[in-house]
Design a protein around this ligand. Structure first.
Ligand code: GLU
Length: 446
């Protein structure tokens, strides 16, 4: 690692030692920036790294609500407004029991570079709460969202900070939060993305992350002279991102054979059809968080407590959680003949797993490049809200495809320029960083 980057990282470790996910995300980016920093001292002179690891603002707040038994409950809410050098803060809200400030900071940090890669004017932010939606009634979720937004509404706005969904936050939660924002602020504006289709939401936003991932996979395959048709794909998760991945992969003639949940994974050798794809939505809406339901319904094998990476595949797409795929899983994939790993979740592969892929010449794409289609389409929703127009499915899809092809090109170009041809991780980190760092230099020491 470049000595300036190493110094800033050591200092960060000394001060934020317990924020392990955040430190992992920073270390990966800094590692990738070696040649950039070695060849140009202006980043150090402008103190870019010290500034870029420090969120511009962190908001932490109490979220009091009552459950269906009228019992008082309290959760912890967050919004990390990380970097606004190239646009208003933009990034999702995650509701999950394991959310901590470290989770929010790692996701917010990743979002800076992801948003930059889209080419759209969006800064980086992330938020959420340690609220567990599993088993909660619709009314509990509604009351929680209203309480959460009662505080958050004073910190966000269409030109300040535009949250969206993430794990545990889908169209229903965005609806409850938008309604509360409107009551509190008396403004109808594009303050959240992933909105409903009749009140400002962009067509295709629900599918966009998964579709974008498959567009990216197709570009990577094209680059090595291959086609997506006929490819056997193993994926994890069964939420919104996995749904979009399965839908587009199936449409393009690939065969997805797995899904996973906290309870284990299912193996469906026949691949997916419309009925099975729609059933993923039913499973998600049930709030049970159990992928075994799929196995029971379609009579396919279910492997309790196991990960899908032991299944032979051509392409693996982790679409669930950070650090869900470790070195042992990576070895299993390599043994099973996997040739390409494309991250649909944020930071799902551990650094050891990534090293194993690179050492074994597996084509590996980081989430900040491959899953940027979701936030990119959020950016398109913001544009439609600003100009008070609604684009057709064909218009949005064409723009999304163009953006994913643009990211693929930027990654390869930056990787080649800085001495790591074909390395999508270095390429994504460098290309994402250069745009933000240039803006920060031009805007002075702020
Ligand atoms: N949560 C998504 C992500 O990780 C989408 C964010 C957005 O649309 O603002 O990129």
């Amino acid at each position: 690692m470049n000595s300036y980057a190493a110094r800033v990282l050591d200092d960060l470790k000394a001060r934020n030692g317990w924020e392990s996910e955040f430190l992992q995300a920073v270390a990966e980016v800094f590692e990738s920036l070696s040649e950039v920093l070695d060849s140009d001292s202006s980043y150090e002179e402008a103190g870019i790294l010290e500034r870029i690891v420090e969120p511009e603002r962190v908001i932490e707040f109490r979220v009091p609500w009552r459950d269906d038994q009228n019992k008082p409950r309290v959760n912890r809410g967050y919004r990390v407004q990380f970097n606004s050098a190239i646009g208003p803060y933009k990034g999702g809200l995650r509701f999950a029991p394991n959310v901590t400030l470290s989770t929010m900071k790692f996701l917010g940090f990743e979002q800076i570079f992801k948003n930059s890669l889209t080419g759209l004017p969006m800064g980086g932010g992330k938020g959420g709460a340690d609220f567990d939606p599993t088993g909660k009634s619709q009314y509990e979720v509604e009351r929680f969202c209203q309480s959460f937004m009662t505080e958050l509404c004073r910190h966000i706005g269409a030109d300040t900070d535009v949250p969206a969904g993430d794990l545990g936050v889908g169209a229903r939660e965005i609806g409850y939060m938008f309604g509360q924002y409107k009551r509190c602020r008396n403004i109808f504006e594009g303050v959240l993305t992933g909105k409903g289709q009749t009140w400002g939401g962009s067509i295709m936003r629900p599918e966009a992350t998964g579709f974008g991932v498959i567009y990216f996979v197709r570009e990577m395959l094209k680059h090595i002279g291959q086609d997506i048709e006929g490819k056997r794909i193993a994926i994890s998760g069964f939420g919104n991102v996995a749904w979009g991945v399965v839908k587009k992969a199936t449409e393009l003639g690939a065969k997805v054979v797995t899904l996973s949940g906290p309870d284990g994974y299912i193996l469906d050798e026949d691949g997916f059809n419309d009925e099975k794809i729609d059933y993923m939505l039913t499973m998600r809406a049930s709030g049970r968080n159990k992928v075994q339901d799929y196995a029971d319904k379609f009579h396919v094998p279910f492997y309790a407590g196991k990960r899908p990476w032991e299944v032979a595949c051509d392409v693996a797409i982790p679409a669930a959680l950070q650090n869900e795929l470790n070195e042992d899983n990576a070895k299993d994939l390599i043994k099973g003949g996997c040739k390409m790993v494309c991250e649909a979740a944020n930071m799902p592969c551990t650094p050891e797993a990534i090293n194993a892929f690179i050492a074994n010449k597996i084509v590996y794409a980081p989430g900040k490049a491959a899953n940027a289609g979701g936030v990119a389409t959020s950016g398109l929703e913001m544009t439609q809200n600003s100009i008070r127009l609604r684009w057709t499915k064909e218009e949005v899809d064409a723009k999304l495809l163009g953006i994913m092809q643009g990211i693929h090109h930027s990654c390869l170009e930056a990787a080649a320029k800085y001495g790591h041809p074909g390395n999508y991780m270095v390429g994504a980190n460098v290309a994402g960083f250069l745009k933000v760092a240039t803006a920060m230099k031009e805007q002075g020491h702020c």
